[in-house]
Design a protein around this ligand. Structure first.
Ligand code: SAM
Ligand code: SF4
Length: 475
């Protein structure tokens, strides 16, 4: 998939509203519209914010015009992602004015997520339409802050890293009829790796792993709500080391094994992993745990060792290739996905070629590739040798042409095979359902709605650029 700083980077899937507005809108019900930018962690956070507000009587709406409260859950990873927030705020200002003119009441505007954390009061200065700026660690305080705004306060900025753990103060996952049989579950937040290009350690703070008992509780609740597949989330998910029920730190592999024991949970995935934290027990889980899907997102960022060292990645190109070899020995059909940055400061043509060499050697089923974007406050942003836009664009184009070929050859290789597909939602065409293959590809098939939420053997009959078409084998 092509990507350069847009919304919903990875495993892009719509978030089910936590408290769906089922078409019945009472006159004095308050409505919240949450727009999510960035990674799956933001998708998860948006759902938890909606749930916290649901406990205060809010219902979610997909229509921004109908919302009494608009929340932008933002991404700061690349400049383009952050700038999108300001242009969105321009549109929201017009909506707020129009709603006031039409006597539809006050519209409260909040900016959450990593732009909120990184820019704080600057947001209120640049966009006075914003009533509240709230960082990712403070979402449990959202209802209280909204009440203060209703009481007349404006321009509140809540970006301290609070002492208390937000997960202990957020309401439990809301029991409801879920629209999707898949869910995200954040197991770890923050990052201590400090790659020199990246803002995450500054916007999300230090690495924190949630205790195993909390994860089991949340996963069991999700399964009771009809979830069949859970994706465990963390900025550095395989660095997970949360407290186990025995009081000792558990590894991610151990958590996966524990969750795989939950009846009714059929599939597990995890994202995003750092090559340095790919431990033997996790590699082993890919060989032995049948519920762990044969798909792994493992960013390598660049091929040349000099660039990897300047990025502070703490692995070499050869380390990455050796790791891929071990993973494929453990699980021969493992589909690999990755993140790659082109045009890091000082990257020469030969160093860019080293990136292409790794791509050729591995053969990726999917990849996300980006032009290097200097982020204020990160060490790489002040390094010598910043490259021009045309050089970065040309490299990105060449890389993406190669990645597209690989993605398409992986997809075409499945044509004629029957794979288990978990059907998640209705497709655009009547009578069509959309699901996911074990390798995370969207699969379209003509099927009865009764198959929603079921894992069904499906013969792949053709492969398009971003999805597969299949025919159900059990009807
Ligand atoms: N924690 C993950 C890891 O270490 O691979 C990735 C987190 S980040 C949200 C997702 C991706 O954005 C990174 O893997 C990297 O490729 C890309 N990225 C981060 N900072 C960037 C920057 N300054 N310019 C371009 N791409 C960037
Ligand atoms: Fe950013 Fe590196 Fe941490 Fe990933 S590992 S979140 S790229 S600092």
């Amino acid at each position: 998939m092509k990507n350069d700083g847009d919304t919903l980077d990875l495993h892009d899937r719509p978030a089910a509203p936590a408290v769906p507005d089922a078409g019945v809108v009472r006159q004095n019900t308050r409505r919240v519209h949450v727009k999510t930018f960035g990674c799956q962690m933001n998708v998860y956070d948006s759902e938890r914010m909606s749930e916290a507000l649901g406990a205060e009587g809010y219902v979610t709406t997909d229509t921004v015009d109908d919302a009494d409260l608009i929340i932008l859950n933002t991404c700061h990873i690349r400049e383009k992602a952050a700038e999108k927030v300001y242009s969105e705020l321009g549109r929201i200002r017009a909506i707020k004015l129009r709603r006031a003119r039409e006597g539809r009441g006050e519209t409260t505007v909040a900016v959450a997520g990593c732009v909120a954390q990184a820019e704080g009061t600057e947001i209120v200065r640049r966009a006075p339409v914003v009533d509240l700026v709230i960082g990712p660690q403070s979402y449990h305080r959202l209802p209280g802050l909204i009440s203060r705004i209703h009481a007349g306060e404006r321009g509140l900025v809540e970006i301290e890293f609070p002492e208390e753990d937000k997960f202990d103060h957020l309401p439990a996952r809301t029991p409801k009829i879920r629209r999707q049989p898949t869910a995200f579950l954040t197991v770890q937040e923050g990052c201590d790796k400090f790659c020199t290009f990246c803002v995450v350690p500054y916007t999300r703070g230090a690495e924190v792993s949630r205790p195993v008992a909390r994860l089991v509780e949340e996963a069991e609740l999700l399964v009771r709500q009809g979830v069949r597949e859970i994706t465990l989330l963390g900025q550095n998910v395989n660095g997970y080391h949360g407290e186990g029920p025995d009081g000792r730190p558990w590894s991610l592999a151990r958590v996966i094994r524990r969750l795989a024991g939950i009846d009714g949970l059929e599939r597990l995935r995890y994202v995003t992993s750092h090559p340095r934290d790919m431990t033997d027990d996790l590699i082993d889980a890919h060989a032995s745990e049948v519920k762990l899907m044969p798909y792994l997102h493992l960013p390598f960022q660049a091929g040349a060792d000099r660039i990897l060292a300047a990025m502070n990645r703490k692995h070499t190109g050869a380390d990455y290739l050796a790791l891929v070899h071990r993973l494929r020995q453990a699980r021969p059909d493992l589909a690999l996905s990755t993140d790659i940055i082109v045009g890091f400061p000082g990257e020469t043509d030969a160093e860019f070629e080293a990136t292409l060499d790794i791509v050729r050697e591995v053969g990726f089923a999917q990849a996300f590739s980006f032009k290097y974007s200097p982020r204020p406050g990160t060490p790489a942003s002040t390094m010598e040798g910043q490259l021009s836009e045309p050089v970065k664009s040309e490299r990105l184009q060449r890389l993406q042409a190669l990645l597209d070929e690989q993605q398409s050859s992986f997809a075409t290789g499945l044509v004629g095979q029957t794979v288990p597909v978990l059907f998640e939602r209705s497709g655009r065409k009547p009578g069509q359902l959309v699901g996911r293959s074990p390798y995370l590809q969207p699969v379209h098939a003509e099927a009865n709605e009764a198959w929603l939420g079921q894992i069904v053997p499906t013969m792949i009959v053709s492969a398009g650029p971003n999805s597969l078409a299949g025919v159900i084998q059990s009807q």
